[in-house]
Design a protein around this ligand. Structure first.
Ligand SMILES: *Cc1c(COP(=O)(O)O)cnc(C)c1O
Length: 222
């Protein structure tokens, strides 16, 4: 796993600066989830050294490889990329929060392989093809199914519309309103590009990669 050099001191500084900014913007409501996808285990080590244990990752393979490389460290992995059903079994027991649950078959599989785990339901209020997430109208049933299956539902997650501030604002509002209506605490909304907007919309968890680690190397290359 080749990746650009990570400077742990610089990463720690950026984490602490961003946390201070989030605290000021949100009054303490919004927490930071560092996202280490495309970077090696040393990025995760830098996050741990800065006092964080929760880390976001998109790809099952990267979670497995980094979790193996960091055996002995206690990393609370958040799955933030779409999960194929056949990856759940291998990931089970290693994941702290499955943030991208968006269909009944995935709820059943997680409940079967990782009973009692924490999840979020990923919502796609804008109807983007290929980004994952269920329509707002499907959220209540999925939450109910997950609870009936013994999973813990922390809240809702969504991804904004890159480069479209107005659409992103609409999406964040829909998700925050849904979380309110369903009595769910967590709203995982916002990344480097739209984190201020997410905080203003009531995000409780921003998922941030580039602002902490710099630009990612291209996938599959290098
Ligand atoms: C990559 C990714 C992030 C982090 O994005 P940055 O632009 O690096 O902050 C957050 N959420 C999801 C779902 C992602 O795929």
């Amino acid at each position: 796993m080749n990746s650009p050099l990570i400077d742990p001191t610089a990463v720690a500084d950026r984490i602490h600066d961003l946390e201070e900014r989030l605290a000021n913007l949100s009054g303490g409501r919004t927490r930071l989830l560092p996202v280490t996808k495309a970077f090696g285990p040393e990025a995760v080590e830098a996050v741990l050294a800065a006092g964080h244990s929760a880390v976001g990752e998109n790809y099952a393979q990267e979670i497995l490889a980094k979790d193996d490389a960091l055996a002995g460290w206690d990393v609370a992995w958040h799955v933030i990329g779409s999960v194929q059903r056949n990856k759940v079994r291998r990931l089970a027991g290693r994941v702290a929060v499955w943030q991208t649950v968006d269909r009944p078959a995935l709820v059943s599989e997680i409940a079967r392989r990782a009973p009692g785990d924490r999840i979020m339901v990923q919502v796609d209020p804008l109807g983007f093809p290929g980004k994952g997430g269920c329509p707002p109208g499907a959220v209540e049933d999925l939450v109910g199914q997950a609870l009936d299956a013994g999973l813990r539902v922390d809240g809702l997650m969504t991804v904004g519309a890159q480069g479209d501030t107005a659409a992103t604002g609409r999406a964040f509002r829909v998700v925050a309103d849904l979380a309110d209506a369903l009595g769910l605490v967590e709203r995982s909304m916002g990344m480097t590009e739209d984190l201020e907007q997410a905080v203003a919309s009531g995000s409780t968890l921003v998922r941030v990669g580039r602002a902490l680690f710099g630009d990612r190397p291209p996938r599959g290359g290098r």
